[in-house]
Design a protein around this ligand. Structure first.
Ligand code: ADP
Ligand code: ZN
Length: 632
């Protein structure tokens, strides 16, 4: 395509964006990717959940002549995704195993007749001879590969069927443009995406990892206190929709049961439930019938619910990638939302155990398995570092993902000083000396016992009471010393080894801890906050919120009372329309769009169309009712 015609194509793309989705412009990353595709270039987009990856292929799908194929692993969501497209006036379709063979035939026949602009398929479909035959006859200008990291064994969601995509593309009579999109990809995974999907010199965009509307908070809590904290949070935010992630099914059951007992309408989701139960839970959550979803990480991949106001992690996940992806399911509509991570030392232990556990994976040789483990250990160290860091949580995340575009930090519990920094430089020096003396032959607990001067049997068994560093930190508890060891390890001063009984040795930066300028701080929650949370927890245990009046919906925060009142009315209207049409409320309008309506107070159809999030189709469909409500 010439430069001029690609400019013309961008104009068409912007017009389509306004017409179908009601948006005034592309976000920076979207602009680059859409432009690349429309000028015939492959591309790789790495943007976090909520950054708006779908637009990057949906708009070209509308603008380019022919049928754009979207490969997605999320069969259960295709129906919703296509419904949202149809609602925006885009000719979408899907082809998957939920359709009968007869229906599938009809969809393919219509597609060949030019009925659709976009078709969603699962990766497995690309190996189906009937589909290959169909694809070779269709005019396919673009293949978009969603969740592209699934092609890599180094990622967390490896799907062997993704390996067939490259071959499928090669077999097509005319090679389409290939656009790969993912929310999370380390360097290694990015390389795999390019080589295994056969991208040709792709335009690559890594942006938008900053989510300014998300507030990040980390709280170290004993396991017992985590439950009370979650229940109190839920009771204090009765209007809001939230997700609670747990690392095990057992924890999901426990948290769910406790919430229900406290009178909160929560649903649950994990792989141990029947398909029916899972579908029902998901449905209830997405339709805003149940405000809270308690789930393992089996829930949420691709869940397109834009008004999730908070994500609480009951346990620390195994990587910052996983954490940020899950936490990022909050606030996809751009409204302020909370990401709260609860953790304690036993979470780290559980993650280590999972990594070292022999997992039967026939696809990997023992060497490969060890490589995978080593990479998982690195991921875990970064996650632990996030829990322990005293600097800005947002800054920590953005550094990790290599996004340098974010201007400033803030909006996190560390920046707000929710903890007291405790200088533990002396303790850290003692730990370093002790590890050096013990020559990396012992684990975290023994090191802590030696320093604390414990009189336990194993100390005497190994004759450690005569070490030079024995009893040098009598005033620090073993738990605190262990935490200092974790901080030192997360920053590379120490190294925590592998196996079921990980040994503590010196890390690559060990020498830097010996210079006079070295200092180390750790977080201590101030006493007052600790007590406050205890009180919140206690009232939660009695199923009440105490004197704390329930807050209004988080999305309505920042609106003045008049606007907030309208917001609630519009929300109710949206819910009624959504229920009648049996679609999720966000398909009608996002929270952000409702908010914009409250602020703009449109008087007529033209003004209504000017509101962000209102497209032509939505105006036709809902304009009248919403205008009536706004002007009532
Ligand atoms: P992702 O697939 O990256 O997780 P989505 O494509 O689901 O993100 O988009 C997230 C939200 O952002 C959606 O509510 C979407 O409508 C909105 N959005 C996307 N692009 C724009 C834009 N250019 N302007 C305003 N809102 C947008
Ligand atoms: Zn911060």
């Amino acid at each position: 395509m010439t430069e001029e015609s690609s400019e013309g194509a961008m104009d068409a793309a912007r017009a389509a964006l306004k017409k179908h989705f009601g948006y005034d412009g592309f976000r920076p990353g979207q602009e680059t990717l859409v432009e690349a595709v429309l000028s015939g270039r492959d591309c790789l987009g790495v943007m976090p959940t909520g950054a708006g990856k779908s637009i990057c292929y949906q708009i070209p799908g509308v603008v380019l002549p022919g049928l754009t194929l979207v490969v997605s692993p999320l069969v259960s969501l295709m129906g919703d995704q296509v419904r949202a497209l149809l609602d925006a006036g885009v000719r979408g379709s899907y082809l998957n195993s939920t359709l009968t063979p007869g229906q599938q035939g009809t969809v393919m026949r219509r597609a060949l007749a030019g009925t659709y602009d976009i078709m969603y398929v699962a990766p497995e479909r690309l190996a189906d001879p009937r589909f290959i035959e169909f694809a070779s006859q269709a005019n396919i200008p673009l293949i978009a590969i969603d969740e592209a990291h699934c092609v890599s064994q180094w990622g967390q969601d490896f799907r062997p069927a993704y390996l067939g995509i490259g071959e499928f593309i090669d077999a097509l009579p005319k090679r389409p443009i290939v656009a790969a999109l993912t929310a999370t990809a380390t360097e290694k995974v990015r390389e795999d995406i390019v080589s295994l999907l056969g991208l040709h010199e792709p335009a690559t965009v890594v942006t938008g990892f900053d989510r300014p509307n998300l507030h990040f908070a980390v709280e170290q809590l004993p396991s017992k206190r985590k439950l009370a904290r979650i229940v109190a949070y839920a009771l204090n935010h009765p209007q809001d929709s939230g997700i609670v992630y747990c690392s095990t099914r057992k924890d999901v059951e426990k948290v769910h049961e406790t919430l229900v007992e406290a009178g909160v309408k929560a649903v649950r989701y994990h792989a141990g439930l029947s398909v029916q139960e899972r579908t029902d839970s998901q449905q209830a959550f997405v339709l805003d019938d149940a405000p809270i979803m308690v789930a393992t990480n089996a829930f949420g991949m691709g869940i397109d619910k834009s008004n999730v106001r908070y994500v609480i992690h009951h346990n620390m996940p195994g990587s910052l990638e996983a954490y940020y992806q899950e936490a990022g399911r909050a606030g996809r509509d751009g409204e302020s939302s909370e990401c709260l991570l609860l953790w304690n030392d036993s979470d780290i232990g559980t993650c280590r155990f999972f990594i070292e556990q022999e997992v039967e994976n026939e696809a990997l040789t023992p060497e490969e398995r060890e490589l995978v483990r080593a990479s998982q250990r690195r991921l875990l160290a970064a996650m632990t570092g996030y829990c322990l860091t005293t600097r800005c949580l947002r800054g920590h995340i953005l550094d990790y993902f290599g996004d340098e575009s974010a201007a400033e930090c803030g909006n996190c519990s560390n920046c707000e000083g929710s903890y007291q920094a405790l200088d533990v430089t002396l303790q850290a020096r003692a730990v370093m000396r002790c590890v050096q003396e013990l020559r990396g032959r012992f684990g975290k607990s023994v090191v802590a016992d030696v320093l604390h001067g414990s009189r336990s049997q194993r100390i005497f068994e190994f004759g450690l009471e005569s070490s030079r560093t024995y009893g040098t930190l009598p005033d620090d508890s073993a738990a605190r010393i262990k935490e200092i060891i974790e901080i030192l390890a997360s920053e590379g001063y120490l190294q925590i080894g592998e196996g079921r009984y990980p040994l503590v040795g010196l890390g690559v930066r060990a020498r830097e801890a010996a210079v006079p300028e070295f200092s180390l701080a750790m977080k201590r929650p101030p006493e007052r906050i600790t007590r406050l949370k205890g009180a919140e927890g206690a009232s939660a245990a009695f199923g009440a919120v105490g004197s704390d009046a329930p807050k209004k919906a988080k999305a309505a925060e920042g609106l003045d009372p008049m606007d907030a009142e309208l917001f609630e009315r519009l929300r109710a209207l949206r819910k009624r329309i959504a229920t009648e049409a049996t679609v999720p409320p966000y398909v009608v309008f996002s929270d952000a769009a409702l908010r914009a309506m409250c602020l703009a107070r449109p008087k007529d159809e033209a003004q209504f169309l000017d509101v962000q999030g209102v497209g032509q189709k939505k105006l036709e469909r809902y304009g009248e009712e919403f205008l009536r409500e706004i002007n009532a």
